[in-house]
Structures are given as structure tokens and as C-alpha cells.
Design a protein around this ligand. Structure first.
Ligand code: AMP
Length: 297
């Protein structure tokens, strides 16, 4: 695996490769890699000649500086995992490479309400920071395909909108959520859960699955309220459980009026904030929908 820290060196290598007809698949990450990340690398390797992963803990998307400090950075382990997964190129830049002095990295894209729902209510500024860094990384890497996880459903919707507005020539590939055996969605944050809470956190996915079964049988508000009750256990504090339209993330009132529906949640498990989601209706529409540049795998 080739490792680059400098933008210029990475670009020189990738430009040459693309000029010789090779395609590039890009997987941006913040490191602390698990099988969820590695599933994206596999997808990139299956459909592109060169998989490029980045590890960059982007300071501008953390609204809580304690969360940024505590974010795990097991670099040597990550490198080993990437090599074992067959990843071809790792980009591991310092902040000054991503945000060089004098370069305006602020994007001019309008997200409307996409950034104010759900996560936007609890993590002000998070999506703006995320979108800016993804845009900057796309400028640097210039991939043919970008691979991102459905785990961060709202993030996926925002990046999809950004790519469309910027008219980028990059296909966004939405990849399914990889879960632990218990059903808990894999996350770099799971390592920080105490073992008892980690076991009990299986309840998040169970609640999402339960909500899928209630669709059409119970009022949406009632499902949401009951789900919040189910998530409220000793050690667990839910922030939201919302059933939303899979395309514009607006609140669903009547399931029959929507072609695609997703249930999204955020829960504090002790000191650790967990998010998860589940597509309740129209999987192909949600993951691959309207945008020409989005593909379902
Ligand atoms: P992160 O390092 O948390 O920023 O995540 C990097 C990428 O991995 C994002 O596109 C995430 O959506 C994706 N990802 C994280 N966890 C999972 C998972 N459990 N299954 C699939 N993709 C994931």
C-alpha cells in the first residue's frame, strides 16, 4: 500500500494513474477502522482499479472539543487493517495540507433543511464542517467513485445534494450498514462503551426493526413515542427517534404519502453518543434514488 501525506505527491500519482485509464474509488474516514469501513474498501476495490482511503480526523466537524480529543487514533492498527483489506493508497494528511493558509475551503452550497433536521438540531455546525472537508478531499483526490455508508444516513443525503449542486463528475455509492453480531451498528465509538451497555445497545436495532413492523398499523407519532420509550433504559438516553422521508428527510405523517421512509435515531449510552437508522420503505429508492450519480450496491 502506498501512503501519502502530501497533497501534491498524492495528486501526481493519481493523475498519472487516471491518465493511463485507471479508475479511482475513494473512501474518506476518520480512522479507528472497523469492518464497516473495510466493507467500503472492498466495494471500492471491486469496482475501481485503485482504492484510496483517507484517514483525517477533521477538527471542523466536531462541535464538542472533548469529543475531538477523545476520538481514537490507532494509526498503526489502521494501516495493518487497510493492507489486509487490499487497499491500494492511503492519504493521511496533516491539517495544514487539508486547510492550507490562504486557501478558501468554504463551500458555497445550499442545503436547505437537510442540515437542520435530526443531527443538525443536536450537533450545530457538524454538517457544514463535514461537507467542507468532503468537498476539499474530493478536490484533492478527484475520484471516479465515492463510497460512503448508510450508517450516517443524513450525511449521505447531504453529500448527495452537494455533489449534485457542484455538478461533480463523481458517482456516489451508498453502502449498507455493517453490524456487530448483536445488531449494534459498527462504529469507532463502540470501543468506548462499557461492556454491559454495549450488550444492551443491541436494543437500538431491535427498536428500529420493531418500528418497521408497525408501519401502516400504528400512527407515525405513536410509533416514534413508543420507540423513544423502548430506548429509554437505565444508562440510555435517547435524543431523537424520527421517521422521515428517505429523500428530503422531512417528517412523515402518513406513510402512504411517501415512496421511501427511513427511521433514524440518536441515543446516549453512558458517555457515548450512538446513531443508527433503518430503511422502512423503498430501499432501492432511498439508496439509489433520483440522482443520476447515486448507485445502490
Ligand atoms: P467515519 O470514519 O466514522 O467518518 O466513517 C467513514 C465512512 O464509513 C462513512 O461513510 C461512514 O458512513 C462509513 N461507516 C461507518 N460505520 C459504518 C458501518 N457500520 N457500516 C457501513 N459503513 C460505515
Amino acid at each position: 500500500m502506498l501512503i501519502f501525506q502530501k497533497v501534491a505527491e498524492l495528486q501526481q500519482f493519481l493523475t498519472k494513474s487516471q491518465q493511463s485509464g485507471k479508475t479511482v474509488g475513494f473512501v474518506p474516514t476518520m480512522g479507528a477502522l472497523h469492518d464497516g469501513h473495510l466493507s467500503l474498501i472492498s466495494k471500492a476495490n471491486e469496482s475501481c482499479d485503485i482504492s484510496v482511503a483517507s484517514i483525517f480526523v477533521n477538527p471542523t466537524q466536531f462541535n464538542d472539543s472533548k469529543d475531538l480529543d477523545k476520538y481514537p487514533r490507532p494509526y498503526a492498527k489502521d494501516v495493518r487493517k487497510l493492507i489486509n483489506a487490499g487497499n491500494k493508497v492511503l492519504f493521511h494528511p496533516k491539517a495544514e495540507e487539508v486547510y492550507p493558509e490562504g486557501l478558501d475551503t468554504q463551500i458555497k452550497v445550499k442545503f436547505g433543511k437537510l442540515t437542520s433536521y435530526m443531527e443538525g438540531r443536536f450537533r450545530p455546525g457538524h454538517f457544514e464542517g463535514m461537507a467542507n472537508v468532503v468537498s476539499r478531499l474530493l478536490d484533492i483526490v478527484g475520484p471516479n467513485r465515492l463510497f460512503m455508508g448508510q450508517k450516517d444516513f443524513q450525511q449521505l443525503s447531504i453529500v448527495r445534494s452537494m455533489i449534485e449542486q457542484q455538478k461533480r463528475d463523481t458517482e456516489l455509492i451508498a453502502c449498507p450498514i455493517i453490524r456487530e453480531e448483536s445488531g449494534l451498528a459498527m462504529s469507532s465509538r463502540n470501543e468506548r462503551l462499557d461492556p454491559e451497555l454495549r450488550l444492551k445497545a443491541a436494543n437500538l436495532f431491535k427498536t428500529l426493526q420493531w418500528s418497521a413492523k408497525q408501519l401502516g398499523l400504528m400512527d407515525i407519532e405513536e410509533i416514534e413515542q413508543k420507540a423513544l420509550d423502548m430506548l429509554t433504559q437505565p444508562g440510555f438516553k435517547p435524543e431523537y427517534f424520527e421517521i422521515v422521508d428517505g429523500k428530503d428527510l422531512s417528517k412523515v405523517e402518513n406513510a402512504a404519502d411517501h415512496d421511501s421512509i427511513v427511521a433514524c435515531l440518536a441515543v446516549w449510552a453512558g458517555e457515548v453518543r450512538l446513531i443508527d437508522n433503518h430503511i422502512l420503505k423503498g430501499e432501492r429508492l432511498v439508496m439509489g434514488y433520483t440522482a443520476k450519480k447515486v448507485i445502490i450496491t
